[in-house]
Design a protein around this ligand. Structure first.
Ligand code: P6P
Length: 337
């Protein structure tokens, strides 16, 4: 079987991208280069002094792991050198990073990203990931990127994707024409097409939620969990509970096998934990392109939410269409109580 590399695929599919040819190619190929560099460090993280904490905290007040600072630097450098990106909003940076220099100022795209999501799992060898969302800038070309460039609804994304650093390293992305997955072949250093036109099962039997927060879940979420756990053979219940605690890993499994991931409001996170710009929106774009659904649980489509701030958090119900719709019904029956 002939191997199709990521770059070959992007070039073949350039016509899918409604803007000038080559722009997306350069953006995605620079992202993939940074992903290979980060992958190399993730894979040997236990061997070099890159584990552990950097001693610095990020905007979220979360202690930054050395590897996520390293990953952030790699993706920022790659995006700036792409000459297509004029700025980045990152989980690791409090404000946007507007690239200086004439070439970067002429970039037509901005990228919101979580350079290394799930980084609390780094030291225990659990799969982690990079998540990115690409928008056309709305500020004038030739000037510095502005915050408004990033506070666009998720429906305005022109591309979104993630890299999962797991038993293998994969890059999964969409430009609005379906979802495709590429597995890194270390022997040739290329991402190769391995999951063409991913379609997520409309129903599934896996639910993914941190049940440690159960006591504080809204009643509707508690009732939905009881529904998942009841025995009912015709609907293949009880479902299976799977929770890795790394969004990219939990999402990727559900994308391929079917399932629902829920991070609802909790006492500790009264507006949800996951960030709209660089976690929920890109995953929502991908799941919708694969035939699934993503809402805040209260029937608000994630991609329709207008962001108010860079690190805004929202509740997330995402996965197989029928499962998300069903969970929304349980929540609707009980309002926000
Ligand atoms: P909890 C990782 O820290 C993360 O941002 C996501 O990758 C993951 O889905 C979630 O938080 C896990 O949160 O509260 O269940 O540990």
């Amino acid at each position: 079987m002939s191997v199709i590399t990521l770059n070959e695929f992007i070039i073949e599919r350039q016509s899918d991208f409604p803007y000038a040819k080559g722009e997306l190619t350069r953006l995605l190929s620079h992202i993939s280069i940074a992903a290979k560099i980060v992958n190399r460090e993730v894979n040997k993280a236990g061997l070099v002094d890159i584990l552990g904490e950097s001693g610095v905290s990020n905007i979220q007040g979360e202690v930054q792991k050395k590897l996520d600072v390293y990953a952030n630097d790699q993706f920022l450098m790659a995006l700036k050198s792409s000459a297509e990106c004029c700025g980045v909003a990152s989980e690791e940076n409090e404000d946007i990073v507007a690239f200086e220099g004439e070439i970067a100022r002429n970039g037509k795209y901005v990228v919101a990203m979580d350079p290394l999501d799930g980084s609390s799992n780094i030291d225990t060898n659990v799969s982690i990931g990079t998540i990115f969302a690409i928008y056309r800038r709305i500020s004038p070309v030739g000037h510095l990127a502005t915050r408004a460039d990033f506070l666009q609804e998720g429906a305005k994304q022109v591309a979104a994707g993630y890299i999962i650093y797991g038993s293998s390293t994969m890059m999964v992305y969409t430009t609005g024409r379906g979802v495709n997955g590429f597995t890194l072949d270390p022997s040739i250093g290329e991402f190769c097409l391995s999951h063409k036109n991913i379609e997520s099962p409309t129903s599934g039997t896996i639910y993914s939620i941190n049940e440690g927060n159960y006591i504080k879940f809204p009643t509707g979420v508690k009732n939905y969990l009881k529904y998942c756990q009841e025995k009912d053979e015709p609907t293949n219940r009880p479902y299976t509970s799977r929770y890795i605690g790394s969004l990219v890993a939990d999402f990727h499994r559900n994308l391929l096998k079917g399932g629902i991931f829920i991070y609802p409001i909790t006492e500790q996170n009264p507006t949800g934990k996951l960030r709209l710009l660089y976690e929920c929106n890109p995953m929502a774009f991908i799941i919708e392109q694969a035939g699934g659904k993503a809402s805040d649980g209260y029937e608000t489509r994630i991609l329709d939410i207008h962001p108010d701030s860079l690190h805004q958090r929202v509740p997330l119900f995402i996965g197989s269409w029928n499962m998300v719709e069903n969970a929304e019904r349980f929540v609707a029956e009980n309002g926000n109580t």
